[in-house]
Design a protein. Structure first.
Lengths: 98, 522, 494
């Protein structure tokens, strides 16, 4: 049973990682990162079930809190630069090179 | 945590928390929270006057508590296995606290930080806030949170605490990066890049942690190490998990091929924040790297060592070679920081028997202290050389600084020589200690690469020195701002530390040896 | 007394660096006074030298790394210490008041003096390395700051070569430390590490050898030398050739031979081959030069080749021991002689540059007319350099050849014979220089020449006088060197 959850979680993680690499909108990139975090949560819960201890589930709660904090900080930063640039595309973020 | 299941229903056994052993960390976090309350309730004109002493006193107090703990001699695992209190962690805590203290002295919210982070650059709103004399005093509590995160990150004894520490350290830094007063676009861009890449890498770290948890059934570092011998049949989980964890950690130290953020962020961030990141974050991240790879994956060293070899070689070479082409002083220092991370990695690889591990660990610890002071000093000098539009970042503006301000240029030249590892500077003994450990650990080819790249690196350091002393100054060259007592004090302290560690390194070496003697608690 | 001699110039350098607004005359006066004081100390040490390792001083420095502040001089280092003191004083006298940024210039030279004295006196490997590396840094800034021509490029090449070499040296020293557990040269020589592991000893010798070979320099790692010399200021060239090159050869004799005797013996033939190649290659390439300073630089490669050859022959355990003593004595004498003579030659080349702003031999000619004293001095220096009897070069080279051939090993005899041929080539090339630049019809630049100024004469004459003194009465020097050379040969024969 655990395997199914793990495969799903790995799929979600990969979708998130690929999304970060190919999408251009900072908000979408950020959502993909959140998807990766949630993939990890799914894996943690599945493993907790497999091992029969609660560690994984507790960790998942921690991750949710951290992810919420990350959303606050991330959106603040993205909104600031959006107000400056009127664009959230990471391609426009190009003053710093090499 | 697993004891929760064993307890009879209806009762929850209270966890034991060793408050005395966690005191330094709790003091820093407590001060950070008080700082937030000050932001909320104190009138604007008083905030700065409250924040500066509060921040500095809490850091000094935490340092004193760390010393007390080190003298006290207790070495165990505190807070139900979440935090290790051992020689290396105390040494690293002391280092981080001192370096953070000096970095905070560089903070000058009227000069370096934006007046109001939310206002759009160039808007009327911003002009208003400038006229009002608004200042963003939140930088102090944010920095305290980041420093507390560094303490937790480097001392975490399980992966969860390490993850929390990582995020508590990183999130404030993402924000601080975007708060530069001058060149705000650059600064905001740095913040976006740092945030997106940082979040991406911490997702890797987290997923690696999940897989390791699946492998071992625990996130406790010692239990993971035990499971390496017993759990079989789930090796894929272990290897993939270890690789993902490694990506997350190597990103934080800026090792190639995960170094891309470092130059951008170092250049864009306000210079005091860069100093804090270049010193404190690097020290903390190396503490975490050592803990993960030596404690949790210590018995797996045959598997991770070849990969680390590649990473170390790549990091040294990339850092040294790309630094040559830089034209911005902060970017150049960023690449030099990448190269130094590579040198430190050669020490991480030099594992072996307990005696060998001790030697390598003590070398790394000494290197971290030496490099930390020098780099804070170098960035402090960068804050002092100013143009009309802020700091004079472009290297061409530094031409002839030796004629304009021989003392400052001399001190900066000295820092650069220390980066290059010239004898009688702290950099020499740092490099020597790490390389000697690596040679005796059987990593001689790696040391040869290190030696070659430090020669390349030395080339661009002396190039800057030549530029400062033997070029003619531009007619409208930058001015040297010596108005800030704090900055001058930082430069003096860093220069003194670089000299003392270079001429008489014995006391600090002894300290590092003593800290490394017990290795990590398990 | 030794430590005072090392730290006095350093303190003076710091004072001068702290007072950049000091007038040129005052800075020069400080420089000359301090150098003279150091020379006085060196002379006093020579006069009171009791034999063995003298003026030893040992302080704890970094016990946990096994490194201490341990200095002392013996028969091998004392002549070099004296040579250093003399040459730096001479450079101070030679340098005119019109040098730009005089206080800084003087500070760098005093710094280099301290570093060189420290290196020759160091009996601890880490201390030795510290001085070795600092000498590179100091010389780099002298070339960049006060050189001419394409100085940035030349200085960079000098820096990269020698700095990489010094890092190889550091690797070798780390190896020695791991093998012997200490950095102390005396202890390491008493108990050489890696006796049982020839492979490791060979690798350590390779690392140490590369470090010293770059600095000496020998073919094929000599390519930094000609441009560095060409573009350095005259006094810088004199110090570079007279003192800094000695650091490589001295390091071989002081570190490699006594501490890695087994490896040195096994690879003695390699060393001899490198020495012979340097001798022949240096001589022939020098013959092809049109640039006066490049020419002198290549003769340095040739002369340092003799030293390497002699040190290689010292490792032939099968050879006659007295002959090997002779070879090492010759090597040390050659170091002193080369320091005196090449120092003088570079200073004379500096006079040429000062007048003509060119080193091109084809544009010079008939200088004997406008500048008879310059011509005489150059002739003496050239004859000393090519090894004319009665001058110091002859004594040194004669001892080297006699020692190398006298070992009685056919291969060594062949190597010695080839090296003698090198003397013929250098003789030819110096005679050609004298004939073309100083005698014969006037060249296009000859009109610009005036004869040597008093300070230039005062600088060069003592060097040549000493060369003559060593050539006529070598005994005082040889009495000092011979016991030390014999000790080295005993150590390497273990």
């Amino acid at each position: 049973m655990t395997t199914h959850y793990l495969v799903l979680s790995a799929l979600l993680f990969s979708i998130g990682a690929i999304g970060v690499l190919i999408r251009r909108n900072a908000i979408v990139v950020f959502m993909c990162v959140e998807l990766m975090l949630n993939a990890a949560n799914l894996a943690l819960v599945a493993f907790a079930r497999m091992h029969g201890n609660l560690d994984g589930q507790i960790i998942a709660f921690f991750v949710m809190v951290v992810a919420a904090a990350e959303v606050v900080v991330g959106l603040a930063i993205i909104v600031t630069i959006f107000r400056t640039r009127r664009s959230a595309s990471v391609d426009d973020v190009n003053l710093l090179k090499y | 945590m697993s004891t929760l299941l064993a307890a009879p229903p209806g009762t929850i056994p209270a966890p034991t928390i060793e408050y005395t052993q966690l005191a330094p960390m709790m003091l820093v976090f407590g001060a950070a929270i008080v700082g937030v309350l000050v932001e909320a309730f104190a009138p604007r004109h008083l905030r700065s006057a409250v924040h500066v002493p509060l921040t500095l006193l809490s850091l000094a107090g935490a340092f004193a508590l760390t010393i007390l703990l080190a003298v006290d001699g207790t070495r165990n695992v505190a807070a139900m296995g979440a935090v290790a209190v051992d020689g290396p962690s105390l040494f690293i805590h002391g280092t981080i606290l001192v370096l953070a203290f000096v970095s905070v002295l560089l903070f000058n919210e009227r000069l370096q930080f934006v007046s109001q982070a939310a206002s759009v650059p160039g808007s009327t709103e911003e002009e208003d806030s400038l006229e009002e004399g608004a200042v963003q005093t939140e930088v102090y509590p944010l920095a305290l949170f980041a420093i507390g995160g560094m303490l937790l990150f480097s001392a975490a004894n399980d992966l969860l605490a390490m993850f929390v520490g990582l995020e508590v350290m990183s999130l404030p830094l993402y924000l601080l990066c975007g708060l530069a007063r001058r060149r705000r676009l650059l600064s905001q861009e740095a913040a976006v890049k740092y945030f997106l890449l940082g979040a991406f890498s911490s997702a890797f770290f987290l997923y690696g942690m999940a897989l390791i948890y699946g492998f071992a059934g625990s996130v406790d570092l010692a239990k993971i190490n035990d499971a390496l011998g017993s759990a079989s049949g789930r090796d894929t989980l272990l290897y993939v998990g270890a690789a993902l964890l490694g990506v997350g950690l190597l990103f934080k130290i800026g090792a190639a091929p995960f170094q891309a953020w470092k130059p951008d962020v170092y250049q864009g961030a306000p210079t005091p924040i860069t100093a804090l990141m270049a010193s404190g974050t690097l020290v903390a991240a190396f503490g975490a790297v050592l803990r993960v790879f030596w404690v949790a994956l210590g018995n797996l060293d045959w598997d991770w060592r070849p990969v680390m070899w590649g990473v170390a070689i790549l990091t040294m070479v990339v850092g040294a070679i790309l630094a040559i082409t830089q034209t911005d002083i902060k970017r150049m220092l960023a690449y030099s920081s990448i190269a130094h991370a590579g040198f430190l990695l050669t020490g991480v690889i030099a594992t072996g028997g307990p005696a060998q591990n001790e030697e390598a660990l003590s070398g790394i610890l000494f290197y971290l202290v030496a490099y930390g002071f020098t780099t804070v000093g170098a960035f402090a000098v960068v804050t002092m050389v100013r143009d009309a539009g802020g700091e004079a970042g472009h290297l061409s503006r530094w031409a002839g600084l030796g004629k304009r301000s021989p003392l400052l240029a001399g001190v900066f030249a000295f820092f650069l020589l220390a980066f290059a590892g010239i004898p009688l500077t702290s950099g020499f003994f740092g490099k020597y200690a790490v390389f000697a450990a690596a040679v005796s650990g059987g990593a001689t080819p790696l040391v040869i690469v290190g030696v070659v790249s430090s020669a390349i690196a030395a080339f661009f350091y002396v190039r800057v020195i030549v530029l400062m002393f033997f070029s003619d100054p531009a007619p409208d060259g930058p001015t040297v701002d010596v108005s800030s007592m704090g900055t001058a004090a930082v430069v003096a302290v860093a220069a003194a530390a670089t000299v003392v560690l270079g001429v008489l390194p014995q006391p600090v070496l002894d300290l590092a040896d003593a800290a490394a003697h017990s290795l990590f608690v398990r | 007394m030794l430590s005072v001699a090392i730290f006095l110039p350093l303190a003076a350098a710091c004072v001068l660096a702290a007072l950049p607004r000091l007038g040129a005359s005052a800075a020069r006066a400080v420089w000359i006074l301090v150098s003279a004081a150091v020379l006085g100390l060196a002379a006093a040490m020579w006069a009171g030298y009791p034999g063995g390792v003298a003026y030893e001083q040992r302080l704890r420095w970094i016990p946990s790394l096994g490194a201490g502040y341990h200095v002392g001089v013996d028969g091998m280092s004392l002549p070099l210490v004296a040579l250093t003191a003399l040459l730096f004083l001479v450079c101070a006298v030679y340098t005119g008041r019109d040098t730009p940024r005089m206080p800084a210039y003087a500070a760098f030279f005093l710094f280099l003096e301290a570093v060189s004295l420290g290196l020759f006196a160091a009996l601890d490997l880490l201390l030795f390395f510290v001085f070795f590396d600092l000498s590179i840094v100091g010389m780099y800034f002298v070339i960049v700051g006060w050189g001419h021509g394409d100085r940035a490029r030349s200085a960079l090449r000098f820096f990269l070569y020698t700095f990489l070499g010094s890092l190889a040296l550091l690797l070798g020293f780390i190896g020695l430390f791991l093998g012997g557990g200490t950095f102390d040269l005396v202890e390491l020589a008493a108990r050489p590490p890696f006796r049982a592991e020839p492979g490791i000893a060979g690798l350590v010798l390779l690392a140490v050898g590369i470090g010293f070979a770059v600095k000496t320099p020998v073919v094929p790692v000599h390519t930094w030398l000609p441009p560095a010399h060409t573009d350095a200021p005259a006094a810088g060239s004199a110090i570079l050739a007279g003192i800094l090159l000695k650091m490589g050869a001295y390091g071989l004799a002081r570190v490699a031979l006594p501490v890695l005797p087994g490896a040195w013996q096994r690879h003695a033939w390699v060393v001899i081959a490198i020495g012979v190649v340097s001798v022949v290659y240096g001589a022939f390439v020098a013959l092809a030069q049109r640039d006066l300073k490049r020419l002198i630089a290549y003769t340095s490669v040739n002369h340092m080749g003799y030293i390497v050859l002699a040190l290689g022959a010292a490792g032939l355990a099968a050879g006659d021991e007295r002959a090997r003593d002779l070879a090492v004595t010759g090597a040390v004498t050659q170091m002193v002689s080369h320091g005196l003579v090449t120092g003088a030659l570079f200073l004379l080349a500096g006079v040429v540059w000062d007048r003509a702003h060119d080193y091109d031999l084809t544009r010079l000619g008939g200088l004997a007319g406008p500048a008879p004293v310059l011509t005489a001095l150059t002739a003496v220096a050239a004859f000393a350099s090519l090894g004319l009897p009665g001058l110091s070069g002859f004594i040194a080279e004669f001892q080297i050849f006699a020692g190398v051939i006298g070992t009685g090993i056919p291969g060594a005899a062949v190597a010695g014979a080839i090296a003698v041929a090198g003397v013929l080539v250098t003789a030819a090339l110096f005679l050609r220089v004298l004939q073309r630049a100083f005698l014969g019809g006037p060249g296009e630049l000859t009109a610009r020449f005036t004869d040597v100024r008093p300070r230039e004469l005062l600088a060069v004459a003592p060097l040549l006088a000493l060369s003559l003194a060593v050539g006529i009465a070598p005994r005082p020097l040889l009495d000092l060197v011979e016991p030390a050379a014999a000790a080295v040969v005993t150590l390497v024969s273990r």
